[in-house]
Design a protein around this ligand. Structure first.
Ligand code: COD
Ligand code: ATP
Length: 199
């Protein structure tokens, strides 16, 4: 059996990863979402609950890991994020490996906000970066309920800059318009299907 074609999809906050991942799904790819995996791991019965309970007892309740409590801990001590990542990232990697092993389609799209930051770029056949001008990114993110300019800046500061992501991409997907993004998604899918058949 040939192996599936693996597309890594990344981009900074608000650049359009989820919207673009949905387009890949409409074109027949199976999509795995790293943020959604973290939500499953943190939910009641999820694999991160017990290790997080041991390390941060106050941040776990009957519903699972409490993100609000984690954010308070990170605000008090920024090094807490690294400690959370040390627990969560290996579990996310295992969830992702299980998805790939199940091979739900010939073309698999892995939506990973921290793809470059976690050093997994070389695990994909193609890395696509969603990108839009910074003013548009800012306007989109600040339009979200509860998002402040300060929070936006804090998150941006923890992510690899957009210019660097674009430089490391195999393909940049422009997300100013839905049509522009869909055109490039279709081109990538055509390439992926061709290579999946040749493999
Ligand atoms: C810090 C936490 C509690 C904030 O939760 P909250 O629900 O408020 O926000 P959410 O998860 O939607 O993230 C908001 C934005 O920050 C980005 N972000 C999340 N974690 C990180 C991180 N470790 N480094 C950089 N950016 C991050 C997300 O991609 C998103 O753009 C939560 O993100 C968390 O537990 N993160 C650690 C796990 C992790 O690294 N997740 C990233 C995907 S593997
Ligand atoms: N190609 C596009 N054309 C027009 N608007 C878009 C496009 N892609 C995304 N958007 C809009 O931009 C906003 C952010 O998109 P989305 O939620 O997909 O980003 P994201 O990268 O997944 O965000 P985050 O990193 O915060 O999870 C949404 O309001 C969405 O409707």
């Amino acid at each position: 059996m040939t192996r599936p074609f693996l597309i890594g999809l990344t981009g900074s906050i608000g650049m359009g990863k989820s919207t673009t991942a949905e387009m890949f799904a409409e074109e027949g790819a199976a999509v795995w979402d790293a943020d959604a995996a973290v939500h499953r791991l943190y939910a009641r019965g999820g694999a991160a609950v017990a290790p997080m309970q041991r390390r941060f007892p106050g941040a776990v309740n009957e519903a699972g890991v409490d993100r609000g409590a984690l954010k308070e801990l990170i605000a008090e001590d920024p090094s807490v994020l690294k400690q959370i990542e040390a627990i969560v990232h290996p579990l996310v990697a295992a969830d992702r490996a299980a998805f790939i092993a199940a091979r739900p389609a010939d073309v698999l799209v892995l939506d990973i906000p921290l793809l470059f930051e976690t050093g997994s770029a070389d695990q994909f056949d193609l890395v696509a970066v969603v990108s839009a001008p910074p003013e548009l990114q800012r306007a989109r993110v600040l339009a979200r309920p509860g998002m402040t300019a300060a929070q936006f800046e804090t998150i941006l500061a923890k992510q690899l800059p957009d210019a660097e992501k674009r430089a490391r991409a195999d393909v940049v997907i422009p997300t100013e318009t839905l049509e522009g993004a869909r055109k490039v998604v279709r081109e990538i899918m055509a390439q992926a299907r061709g290579e999946a058949e040749d493999a």
